[in-house]
Design a protein around this ligand. Structure first.
Ligand code: PGD
Length: 786
């Protein structure tokens, strides 16, 4: 970090989408890729253009209705005006309200699940901060799992044992390149997702990873309704599958392997349990329906001969099966990863270097990267005395149905009665499904508190909005599992308006509530960075024998390198010796049929992988009215909804709307032209979007990424049309199954029609009434109601 005589401040920084250098002159900041990064992400462009955007939350703000009438359920959340208040008044109001709720309703009535990616720094990590704070003042109802891979997080530990999640143990890309002849990529390898990872990427390899496979002579077969690799010039074959039908295809592959005796019986006998019951199901014994190639062809739209040839090819060549997380983000999302494991077991390749199965390739940058030999620093969160937990995507069910029973991974539980919702570093009005329903759920609590950088739809739905700094306005340490650098995140600029760090805010609140020492442990932010770095340095020395420079030197250097451990093979130790390294399943083996899941008695999951017909798919009844399958995937021009305000995201919009891609055949059938503004509609809701005609998208499929900020045309009617293009007004809030209760947000059936009305303005980035006026003219703390 340097400050020159002309007042130019230079330093290093990082984000979920990459490390970078900055140069700050007064209020203006320029960023450039970090020299460590050979292929930096274009998402960096979003940073400087968002820093002083009008959407920033500049001052503490309280919703007018809450201030005037006190806490309580209120349907005006989302459309009400705000009143800006001084920090002192805000802290007083919030501390009193927290004391009241904890005193009258108890810690279980506080929902602090607060899901979201927030920012990349390890100390100012918003979720860690809010959890540590709530633990310090009495605890909270938490959430379990993620929107990224929540179904896999429940099913994989049932099939492969505790400890197997979708972040752990992935086989190294280089081992795949060295060992595989064929990669069958269910969901493909969308490199746009490989530009990001939670905590940051310092050496992007996104396009290179699939290219390196091809260069090594590996054949890539992409199974996806949307072409991906051809667009970046990587040769591959593609099966343009009907969305949400991969399970049928995989079952038919299993059928061919079975009837042609191409499955590895010895492997199955030694390493798995429950194959025979699954095989009987595939053969059609219990239901009279053989899951053969002809059966699957009708469902997934791939010719039966192609399915049979693929099964034969997979059994004859050294095959790696990869699967994106997106496949489990749909109805019955537990089935694809379970079946992926079963197919690799049938091929006898699970646990072989570079072969077998891998989940999450094409979903995040660090999948397939080598693990680190040292642990990265993280902020301890303390312990939570409250047991209450919900599956993360059941937030609307919980708020709408206190006391209602629900199932979750074998447990029968009841939703707690939530009085206060506390969110820090997430945007549920981006990430949740059926946003109109979510809005009605957010009307129920007595108080909603949100820390935000920006006036997102979530901030608008709060009663108390706390302006949080963005990372360039504070110091931190950036690091991610499986990324080879620890980055000093220098401060570039002073905070916008009166924004404060989440840590400072929580520290002040904790002090008012008598838990200041428990929360801060007597350290300020810099003290915590020194403390976390010292812990990392000691552990690296003691456990890995690596001597790192002291904090001051690290801070001066801007980064240190992190060594990688031996390249990993998923399930390698288990394959080498299943008795010495049994899986932590009841049988110690791969559970192709799970007696545990059978014992739960669910009719929508188990006891082995199966085809469940979804409600929303092109072969179902609903398709008669809504004949296009919407794939609502991750955006290419931003991370989730973050920095939708930025240049890279804004440049992709069409007439200010999020682009929706459609095959030319479907566009012609509807008389639509490239660049038209169109309306997507179904029974859940409707939105506008800007049309891109693109034959990379399969006929009858449209693709609209998540993350355009929700912008209902009538703020008082959350069910009204979103004028901007947020697909979560169209997705249903149906869980994957009673097992994982995860999100199915990737898919919805829709119709697309021309939009011929006058184009409504985009108001998503305008601060709400009260906040906007005050941020322009009123001095800090000018509170008309004080
Ligand atoms: P982000 O846009 O990353 O989305 O959902 P998530 O809530 O993580 O939200 C992070 C928020 O944190 C932003 O509003 C940002 O301004 C704020 N923030 C950033 N830094 C700070 C900070 O330092 N302090 C505070 N207080 N706030 C900060 C992502 C989720 O969406 C995920 S992970 C997935 S995989 C899901 N994907 C889909 C999908 O495929 N399809 C649909 N339909 N829906 C999805 N939703 C899910």
């Amino acid at each position: 970090m340097t400050d020159d005589s002309a007042g130019v401040r230079r330093g290093t920084h990082t984000s979920h989408w990459g490390a970078y250098l900055f140069e700050a002159r007064g209020e203006s900041v320029e960023v450039s890729p970090h020299p460590l990064d050979p292929a930096p992400s274009a998402l960096l462009r979003n940073v400087p253009s968002s820093l002083r955007h009008r959407a920033r939350v500049r001052r503490p703000a309280v919703r007018r209705g809450w201030l005037e009438h006190g806490p309580g359920p209120d349907a005006r959340r989302g459309s009400d005006a705000f009143v800006e208040v001084s920090w002192d008044r805000l802290e007083g109001l919030l501390a009193d309200e927290l004391a009241r709720i904890y005193g009258t309703s108890g810690a279980t009535s506080v929902f602090g699940g607060s899901y979201g990616w927030g920012s990349a720094g390890r100390f100012h990590h918003p979720q860690s901060q809010v959890h540590r704070f709530l633990n310090a003042i009495g605890g909270y109802t938490r959430s379990s799992g993620t929107y990224s891979f929540g179904a896999a997080q429940v099913i994989l530990p049932r099939v492969l044992g505790r400890g197997f999640d979708s972040w752990s143990g992935g086989t190294d890309w280089s081992l795949i390149a060295e060992n595989a002849e064929l990669v069958v990529a269910f969901g493909g390898l969308p490199t746009k997702n490989m530009a990001v990872t939670s905590g940051g990427v310092t050496r992007h390899h996104a396009d290179d990873s699939p290219r390196a496979l091809v260069d090594a002579g590996v054949d890539l077969l992409v199974v996806s309704p949307i072409e991906q690799l051809a667009q970046i010039g990587v040769p591959s074959r593609r099966l343009a599958i009907r969305p949400a039908t991969d399970v049928a295809l995989m079952l038919a592959i299993a059928h061919t392997l079975l009837v042609e005796k191409r499955h590895d019986r010895a492997f199955l006998d030694r390493y798995s349990v429950g194959f025979d019951e699954f095989a009987a199901y595939v053969a059609g014994v219990p239901d009279g329906v053989a899951k053969d190639a002809a059966w699957a062809a009708e469902i997934c739209g791939i010719p039966a001969d192609d399915i049979r040839s693929l099964a034969r090819e997979m059994s004859e060549r050294r095959t790696m099966i990869t699967m994106t997380w997106s496949l489990q983000r749909g109805e019955h999302g537990e089935q694809p990863p379970w079946l992926g494991v079963v197919l690799a077991a049938m091929l006898g390749t699970l646990g072989s270097p570079g072969l077998g199965f891998g989940h999450g390739y094409g979903s995040a940058a660090n999948m397939g990267a080598s693990p680190l030999a040292v642990a990265i620093p993280t902020l301890p969160q303390g312990s939570n005395p409250v047991d209450a937990v919900i599956p993360v995507s059941r937030i609307a069910d919980m708020l709408l149905g206190p006391g209602e029973p629900f199932d979750f991974d074998g447990r029968r539980m009841a939703y707690p009665d939530i009085r206060l919702v506390y969110w820090c570093g997430g945007n549920p009005f981006h990430h949740h499904q059926d946003l109109a329903r979510l809005a009605s759920a957010f009307a129920r609590p007595e108080t909603v508190v949100v820390h935000e950088n920006m006036w997102t739809a979530t901030a608008r739905h709060a009663d108390i909005v706390i302006p949080a700094t963005m990372t360039l306005e504070r110091e931190d340490i950036g690091a991610s599992k499986r990324d080879p650098h620890l980055i000093a995140m220098h401060r570039a600029v002073d905070p916008v308006g009166e924004a404060r760090d989440d840590f400072t805010i929580f520290g002040a609140l904790a002090t008012r509530l008598g838990a200041g020492e428990a929360f801060t442990e007597g350290r300020d932010a810099r003290g915590w960075l020194r403390h976390l770095y010292a812990g990392f340095r000691t552990a690296a020395s003691e456990r890995a024998g690596i001597e790192y420079p002291d904090f001051d030197e690290f801070w001066r250097l801007g980064y240190v390198e992190l060594p990688t451990a031996e390249r990993a093979t998923f399930l390698g130790p288990f394959r080498d010796d299943p008795d010495a390294h049994p899986l932590r399943t009841p049988s110690g083996r791969i559970e192709i049929t799970s007696e545990t899941i059978r014992s739960f008695g669910y009719d929508d999951c188990g006891p082995h992988p199966r085809w469940f017909e979804p409600v929303e798919w092109l072969g179902g009844e609903l398709a008669a009215r809504f004949p296009l399958h919407l794939v609502a995937d991750q955006p290419k021009t931003r991370l989730h909804s973050q920095l939708d305000t930025g240049a890279e995201s804004q440049d992709s919009k069409i007439a200010g709307r999020e682009p929706v891609r459609m095959n030319p055949i479907d566009a012609a059938a509807r008389g639509l032209a490239d660049g038209d503004v169109v309306r997507l509609v179904n029974d859940v809701g409707s939105c506008l979007a800007g049309l891109v005609i693109d034959d990379a998208v399969r006929p009858s499929v449209v693709q609209l990424a998540t993350g355009a900020w929700w912008d209902p045309i009538d703020r008082e009617d959350p069910g009204s049309m979103c004028v901007h293009g947020n697909p979560n007004v169209l997705t249903s809030d149906r869980p994957t199954s009673r097992l994982a209760q995860s999100t199915g947000g990737q898919h919805a059936l829709v119709e697309v029609e021309p939009y011929t009305g006058v184009l409504p303005p985009i108001r998503a980035y305008d601060p709400p009434l009260g906040a906007a006026a005050a941020s322009r003219s009123s001095p800090a703390g000018d509170d008309p109601l004080q």
